[in-house]
Write a protein that binds this ligand. Structure first.
Ligand code: 13P
Ligand code: SF4
Length: 299
């Protein structure tokens, strides 16, 4: 199957890009693997005419938004991030009415429609930088409440309006899990994604995006780490650091949607060119503005 995938992606001029949360086998056949920010940048520079995006729907939509001329496909279009739907256009319009100078800051884990109503996008690795660069004092940060609090703490001169979206995978990690994990592995640093709750972040040693966690663990001289994010990152952590040990903080740190992406589905889409990401042109154009602005402000 892997040989056939390699052959088809050459023959059909397809770049396979994959998020760190998809299965390790899928990461291994990808041309590019990264966090949400890296993948949105990569999508704008790949030389291939076609992109097969191994991740969840908002990622494929962002790639299509930034590259309307390319065919963007996904192994499974039903792989969606529930948090992307945890804010509505009405919520945004309400806040805009109450705060006329507000900047709507939209985490990339959102639908294209929500992006179309936003002023700028962010990912977990550039949110602080982008928010600091905005001239607006009032910030409506959607959809993720936890990332919003993480950013608000580091930008005290801003007035944050919060939305109540969350990632169910990260929200299920509790301080009790961290305390138990620390008992099992005394003295081991805890590296945590900012989609976790504020109390979990408070007992962590490092907070960062998936790529930042991987970089930190690679550069740090410690030999063991506790990892509080989706289990898919262990693949790259172990690949880059074969002699180090990585432990989850609890059972099942698993995003079921990311795990819908399989080698069989990758092969099927390479053969059929099914599952193309389509966006209404008006929405695409409007969503392109906050995404492109993010790429500019996060440089
Ligand atoms: P990053 O890739 O920015 O770390 O985000 C993680 C995530 O939840 C993607 O769905
Ligand atoms: Fe969405 Fe959480 Fe899965 Fe990321 S890990 S895709 S935020 S549900």
């Amino acid at each position: 199957m892997i040989a056939r995938i390699e052959q088809l992606k050459q023959e059909k001029d397809v770049a396979i890009v994959a998020h760190y949360y998809v299965d390790g086998q899928v990461q291994d056949i990808a041309d590019y693997v990264g966090d949400s920010f890296a993948l949105s940048k990569i999508a704008t520079i790949v030389p291939q005419k076609n992109i097969l995006f191994c991740g969840v729907l908002f990622m494929g939509e962002s790639a299509k938004t930034l590259n309307p001329k390319k065919t963007v496909m996904m192994p499974d279009l039903s792989a969606d991030c529930p948090m992307a739907h945890m804010v509505t256009v009405e919520d945004i319009l309400d806040v805009k009415e109450k705060y006329p100078d507000v900047a709507v800051v939209c985490y990339v884990n959102s639908t294209a429609e929500i992006k179309a109503y936003s002023d700028v996008c962010v990912t977990s690795s550039n949110a602080v930088k982008v928010v600091k660069a905005l001239p607006n004092k009032d910030i409506f940060f959607v959809p993720d409440n936890n990332l919003a609090h993480f950013v608000a703490k580091q930008t005290p001169d801003k007035n944050f309006i919060f939305n109540d979206g969350y990632c169910h995978v990260h929200k299920k990690i509790t301080t009790q899990h961290i305390a138990d994990a620390k008992k099992r592995h005394p003295g081991v640093k805890v590296l945590t994604h900012p989609e976790c709750t504020e109390d979990v972040l408070a007992v962590s040693d490092f907070i960062g995006s998936t790529a930042e966690i991987i970089d930190y663990a690679t550069k740090c001289e410690d030999e063991e780490f506790l990892i509080a994010t989706e289990i898919g990152v262990f693949h790259e952590l172990q690949k880059r650091n074969p002699d180090k040990k990585f432990y989850p903080v609890k059972d099942s740190q698993i995003c079921p949607n990311m795990k819908k992406i399989t080698l069989e589905k990758v092969l099927n889409v390479l053969e059929t060119f099914d599952n193309q990401v389509e966006l209404h042109e008006e929405i695409r154009q409007k969503a392109n503005y906050p995404l492109s602005r993010m790429l500019e402000l996060a440089k």
